[in-house]
Design a binder for this molecule. Structure first.
Ligand code: WQD
Length: 338
């Protein structure tokens, strides 16, 4: 059974391709290589023994998208990761984000709407909740005004899919609202490859420990949390990847109750920045060089998932601990260093 994975050479996409192949799916990857390297295909093949098909396509090219679905008319499902995802960059380049994250989604859905039946998994984000009023965060928590164009493209993306499913009974879709993906495949053959200076915490930690960065800046320790630093729900990228396969199988096996569903994908546990640092020092045996600096604008104080719906309805649960996730990130960093 053929599955299209857009952005399949990226961090979460490549890990999901591995899990799809492990389940026996045939995978076709579309990636524009704007934030990924084609040699990720080697890493995927190293792990699974199968090299996915790969098409270098910019999804902003409507005709290329139409041609793809004409050639690959037997694609049974689509997992859509391809998007720009740097929160800070989105503030400076909003139109790039609205074009690359929304227009491309419309082109994909236009092609899927022509099929007798389509199954679509959307990469969404807990960022749609903003600072939720209550913890843990359930799927019923209100979507709040986005703090960045990036976050807004996730909110708009969900609405575009919801509105399409409302009038298109042949379309079945699930939005997965990720919390904070971290770590790498235990083989260390694939992992996170942030371009330039990492914006996210864990890549910055492992690059600091490797000597690529002088020291980690902890953005504020005066928040209303147990140790003053922000709390997030850090989920191992392999657990997250497996959630995509379970969600896709739910649609393929027609187990979905509605033709549009939303699930939070997290561990259900919150960890502070200092707890992540201590976890890193524990698993690596290395002291981390860090300093406390001012808050980063736009950061929410606390966000972690209520995973009841994913556990009981979707039938998926995160398995890895924070230490295991951080250890896998460190192992990956040590591998690419060599
Ligand atoms: C986590 C915590 C920072 C870097 C973002 C996006 C979200 C998703 C994941 C795409 C915060 C602190 C960070 C540093 C620090 N991305 N931090 N020093 O902001 O929760 O989520 O990435 O889908 O949509 O919003 O993740 O890793 O950037 O930050 O102190 O050098 O670590 O303040 O408290 P975030 P993050």
């Amino acid at each position: 059974m053929k599955i299209l994975v857009t952005g399949g050479l990226g961090f979460i996409g490549s890990h999901t391709v591995v899990e799809l192949q492990n389940e026996g799916f045939e995978v076709i990857i579309i990636d524009d290589l704007s934030n990924a390297n084609e040699n990720v295909l080697d890493g995927i093949e190293h792990i699974t023994g199968k090299r996915p098909l790969f098409e270098k396509i910019d999804l902003r090219d409507k005709h290329k998208v139409q041609d793809f679905f004409r050639i690959y008319a037997d694609v049974e499902g689509v997992i859509h990761f391809a998007a720009s995802k740097a929160v800070g960059e989105s503030v400076n380049k909003p139109l790039l984000y609205y074009e690359n994250n929304i227009v491309t989604l419309v082109y994909l859905l236009q092609e899927l709407s022509k099929k007798e039946k389509s199954n679509f998994i959307f990469s969404s984000s807990c960022t749609v909740y903003g600072q939720a009023d209550r913890m843990p965060i359930t799927e019923e928590a209100p979507v709040k005004g986005a703090l960045s164009p990036y976050g807004n493209t996730k909110q708009i993306g969900e609405e575009v899919i919801r509105d399409t499913c409302q009038i298109q009974a042949s379309m079945n879709a699930i939005s997965l609202r990720y919390f904070n993906p971290v770590g790498a495949h235990p083989s260390a053959a694939i992992g996170e490859l942030p371009l330039g200076v990492p914006q996210n915490l864990v890549p910055f930690i492992v690059q600091t420990a490797m000597g690529q960065r002088d020291e980690l800046s902890v953005f504020g320790d005066d928040y209303d949390t147990p140790d003053g630093t922000c709390v997030r729900d850090y989920i191992h990228v392999v657990d997250l990847a497996k959630a995509h396969v379970v969600a896709l199988q739910r649609l393929l096996q027609k187990k979905n109750k509605e033709n549009y569903e939303v699930f939070n994908i997290g561990t259900g546990t919150g960890s502070s920045v200092l707890e992540v640092i201590h976890s890193f020092e524990q698993v690596s045996g290395q002291k981390l060089n860090y300093k406390i600096v001012d808050r980063r604008p736009g950061d929410v104080t606390i966000a972690y998932a209520d995973t009841t719906k994913a556990n009981e309805v979707l039938g998926w649960k995160a398995r890895s601990t924070l230490d295991e996730a951080i250890k896998s990130a460190w192992d990956w960093q040590c591998t690419i260093k060599n």
